[in-house]
Structures are given as C-alpha cells and as structure tokens.
Ligand binder design. Structure first.
Ligand SMILES: Cc1cc2nc3c(=O)[nH]c(=O)nc-3n(C[C@H](O)[C@H](O)[C@H](O)COP(=O)(O)OP(=O)(O)OC[C@H]3O[C@@H](n4cnc5c(N)ncnc54)[C@H](O)[C@@H]3O)c2cc1C
Length: 442
C-alpha cells in the first residue's frame, strides 16, 4: 500500500467547459493548475485516482540543485524560489525546508564527476561545494563511512511528498480551479485537427488546451493521439521509519543508501543505487532510444521480466471513448516494493550511521518513475496537435522542479513570457536530429 496522502475533498462540479484541462494530479498537474488559476484562467484538473496518488507522494522528497542535469539548472533555481514562498502562497504546509543535501563520493572518479558538475553550476552562483575531513564530519555527524569527500549544498532542501501536491491542489481550488478526483480522462477530442475537448469517465469537458501531466501513463495516453513519446518506467522502492532522535538533519545520498528527515521526525530511506526496470513491449520498441541511458546505468539498473509485460501489452489496445479505459482499471499504480534492496540499504545504513541502529521501519512502498531517453522532461506544445501541451518524463527528479515546471506549463498555455527558456524540454528534440542522451557527469 502506498503512503497516506493528505486528502482533498470531492469536487461538487465537473465543468462543461474550461480554458485548460489538466490530465493528472501529481506535483506537475497541481502546480500548473495553481499558477493558471491564479492568473485568471479557468482550469479543470482531472485525476483518475486521488491527488498525488502516484509518484508525487512516493518520492524521497529531495528538492535539490546539487547533481542536477545542467539543462535543468535554471528550472530548479526558479523552483527553489517558488518553494520558498509556497507555504504562504497556498496557505498550507508543503513541508519545504532548506536543510541541505550531501552526496558522498565513493571514489576519485565520483569526486571528479562532482567537480565537473560544479563547473556547470558556477554560472548560476550555486553555493554547492566539495567538503572533506572535519567539515564532512560537521555536515554529516556520527558517520563511520569511509568517504573522503562529498558534494554538499546547504541551500538545497526537502518537502513532504504526502503533503505538497495536496496543499497546492487545495490552493488551486480556492483560486477557482476544479480539482476532480476519481475522474479518468479517456481521451482527447479534436475539431479541425485542434484540441476541442476531453472525454472523461463522467462526461465531456470542452477546452482548447489540454495539458498531459499523466506521469507513467503519459506514453499510453499520447499514443491514442498518434504522438509517440519515448518513455519507459523504472520501479523505485522506499521505506519510512517511526520518529527517530539523533540522526542527521542534512539529507544524504551514497551508493548504498539515501535518507532524509521527514517533518514527522521519521526518515525516508532508500537504496541509493539500485532501480528495477520491468521489461514491457515498449522496452523493445524504444530499445535504440534508450541504449545510451542503458549503457550508462548498466550496473544500477536491474532488468526484470514480470507481470508488467502482459499488463502493458493488454493496456496498449485502444479503447473507444464510451468504454471503461485502462486509467479506470488502475486508479492508483501501486507496485510491490523490491524488499531485498531495501533490507540491504537499511543494514548498510545502520552499520554506517549508528544513530539509525534502533530505527523502526513502519512502511514500505514503491513508485513507477517515468523516464525519457535523455532523463530530462518534455514540457512542450506538440506541433501535430495544436492545443496539446506535454509536461511529463521527469525521470526521477520532478518533485523538486515541480513548482517551476508547473509555472512553465502555465506560461506556455497562456502564451506568457516563460519562466525559463523551454528549448531543452521541447518535444521535437526526439525528431529534429538532436543527440539524445543523459548527461554522463551526474
Ligand atoms: C521512489 C521515488 C523517489 C523519487 N525521489 C525524488 C526526489 O527525491 N526528488 C525529486 O525531485 N523527484 C523524485 N522522484 C520523482 C518525482 O516523484 C516525479 O518526477 C514527480 O512526482 C512527477 O510528477 P508528475 O506530476 O509528473 O507525475 P505523478 O505524480 O505520477 O502524477 C501523474 C498523475 O496522473 C494521473 N493520471 C494518469 N493518467 C490519467 C488519466 N488518463 N486521467 C486522469 N489522471 C491520470 C495518475 O493517476 C497520477 O496521479 C522520485 C520518484 C520515485 C518513484
């Protein structure tokens, strides 16, 4: 079972028309809804399950500049500014705190990669730096780890995945957006080639703009529009402890484990290294697109043949819009966690940080991360379908940039000056000859 998310009361109306319909109520969809509604647009956000039911409540909660793909740095810098004022803006608690994050360098090669990254960060005056010796002990007290250095950024932070998107959604509603849970969007209608509405399980909503912020479902959703998004899924597992005294305040990552303190005094802990990629029909279809990423991650990514293969094969079949869609059959994608990797991480954490020796694990869960071949998102209109905006493929680091990504979506939908240059996130990069690959320095 997934984590318990702050609930949002049911919507008492589904509008017949909206300027913008958003498909998906994760951090991206809710942030877009907030900024659109606050700028006066009429918005309907449809979520097939509950707000933040999938990745946006299941993630580690890191809001980080450090080790960020250089193409995302302007977006995360803008996002941290938006997180700073978010509690006030939403009149609620997102859990955002700037408590710092440290990434241990396992060896000289890792330290050299962090140095390279610092070079990318320099133009943005990011206060990240390498720490070692006594300073390392100060940043991460009580560790028996043998790392010589770490990349540390004191102004990076954390927020609460089980609180943030619901608080943002509630504020979007107060600003006039319709936030509709248990409402799958089955498909998009077009008139003269342009978006003219969506068909939901509860009826039609007329609109000229649709934002697809459907996380792991975006590929399936876009396929019905003949829009091919190269996107695969990776399963990542997490555990949470009961409140714990004496463990570090600074969030920490090393190749064995990662942890960050929660607002409730417990810790979110994960294996810092291993993720599982279930083999599905799209794994073969997009093999060439993902080959550079696969080679780069060959040690940490575990390929698995399991029931996802048949599940996705069945789900791929197109369904008429007056019939029950795959989105209604899986209200919340709730994969089983990979417990062996969690056990291994916990054991190593306890050996390295004795403060965790008495840690009591109270919950475990997993989430399906939506990845693109270059591990950066698509935040972009689509030339072939006027009125369609894609905001997806955040590749395991979309929570931190969520607010700025949502703002960028709002800017694109309203034709306003964009909060950052969106060129690196354009959908057409997959077909315009751009060399598509993840950055190897992070
Ligand atoms: C274990 C784990 C750890 C992570 N750690 C971090 C981290 O520390 N920091 C960080 O920045 N990021 C992290 N991430 C990544 C981050 O969680 C995601 O990038 C981010 O939450 C993506 O948000 P989203 O809104 O795009 O997608 P989601 O949160 O997945 O939301 C998409 C929503 O769309 C809905 N939907 C889909 N199809 C339809 C439809 N047809 N109709 C209606 N609704 C639909 C789904 O139900 C879902 O709720 C992590 C992810 C995982 C799984």
């Amino acid at each position: 079972m997934g984590p318990t998310v702050d609930p949002i009361s049911p919507e008492d109306r589904i509008p017949a028309r909206a300027d913008v319909v958003i498909v998906g109520g994760g951090i991206i969809g809710t942030s877009a809804a907030l900024y659109l509604a606050q700028k006066g647009a009429s918005v309907a956000l449809c979520e097939k399950g509950h707000i933040a039911g999938e990745q946006s409540s299941r993630n580690w909660g890191l809001v980080r500049k450090a080790r960020r793909d250089p193409r995302e740095i302007p977006l995360i810098v803008a996002s941290l500014g938006l997180w700073d004022e978010m509690n006030e803006r939403v009149e609620g608690e997102t859990g955002f705190r700037r408590t710092g994050i440290a990434f241990a360098a396992a060896d000289d090669a890792a330290a050299a990669r962090y140095e390279t990254w610092l070079g990318y960060a320099r133009p943005y005056q990011i206060d990240a730096r390498m720490v070692s010796g006594e300073e390392m002990e100060h940043v991460m007290p009580g560790s028996r780890g043998r790392w010589k250095t770490a990349l540390y950024c004191a102004t990076d932070g954390r927020a609460e995945p089980q609180k943030a998107a619901p608080a943002i959604a509630a504020a979007a509603r107060r600003a006039g957006a319709a936030i509709v849970g248990n409402c799958a969007v089955r498909g998009v209608e077009r008139s003269g080639g342009k978006v003219s509405g969506v068909v939901t399980e509860h009826g039609r909503i007329a609109c000229n703009t649709v934002v697809v912020a459907a996380g792991a479902w975006s590929r399936r959703f876009l396929k019905d529009l003949d829009v091919t998004l190269p996107q695969l899924k990776v399963r990542a597992s997490v555990m949470r402890t009961a409140p714990l005294e004496g463990a570090p305040e600074t969030a920490f990552w090393c190749s064995d484990f990662a942890f960050r303190r929660r607002l409730d005094g417990g810790y979110t802990i994960a294996n810092g290294y291993v993720n599982v990629a279930p083999l599905v029909p799209d794994s073969f279809r997009f093999f060439a697109n993902f080959l550079p990423a696969l080679l780069m991650e060959s040690k940490s990514l575990k390929l698995r043949l399991d029931d996802r293969l048949m599940q996705e094969w069945r789900e791929a079949t197109p369904v008429p819009l007056d019939q029950v869609s795959p989105y209604e059959k899986t209200r919340v994608l709730d994969p089983e966690p990979d417990r062996a990797f969690l056990r291994q991480a916990l054991e190593r954490l306890k050996q390295t940080f004795p403060a965790f020796a008495s840690a009591q694990v109270v919950q475990e869960w997993a989430g399906m991360i939506d990845v693109t071949p270059d591990a950066i998102p698509v935040i972009s209109p689509v030339d072939s379908v006027p009125g369609l905006i894609i905001a997806t493929g955040f590749s395991g680091h979309g929570f931190g940039i969520g607010p700025a990504a949502g703002r960028l979506v709002a800017d694109l939908a309203l034709g306003a000056s964009p909060i950052v240059d969106p060129k690196d996130f354009r959908f057409s990069r997959f077909s315009d000859g751009t060399r598509i690959r993840p950055m190897s320095t992070i």
